[in-house]
Design a protein around this ligand. Structure first.
Ligand SMILES: [Zn+2]
Length: 92
């Protein structure tokens, strides 16, 4: 997904909010190649989660999952936000 398409998607969801940490509205998208422009392709950021699951026999198992996300960083304070690609992709 390109930066411009993602910006339009955020607008369609009412998600163009300022940074919850500092109030600035200066988001920078994480992109492949490092140059942020409307036609730049968003980077696929991997978010790794670990959780414990206990089987019926009492054995604890650690389950590791990865989730693909798009990442925005506040250019003022560095606060980062993530959008799950599965959710973004099903609502385009
Ligand atoms: Zn901020």
């Amino acid at each position: 997904m390109k930066v411009g398409e993602f910006e339009a998607w955020l607008a369609s969801k009412g998600a163009e909010n300022p940074c919850p940490s500092c109030g600035a509205n200066e988001w920078i998208a994480e992109v492949d190649g490092g140059v942020v422009e409307a036609q730049a392709e968003l980077a696929h950021v991997a978010v790794v989660t670990m959780r414990k699951r206990v089987s019926d026999d009492g054995t604890a198992v650690t389950v590791v999952d990865t989730h693909d996300a798009y990442m925005l960083t506040c250019n003022n304070c560095g606060f980062m936000r993530l959008h799950n690609q599965k959710v973004v992709g099903k609502n385009v």
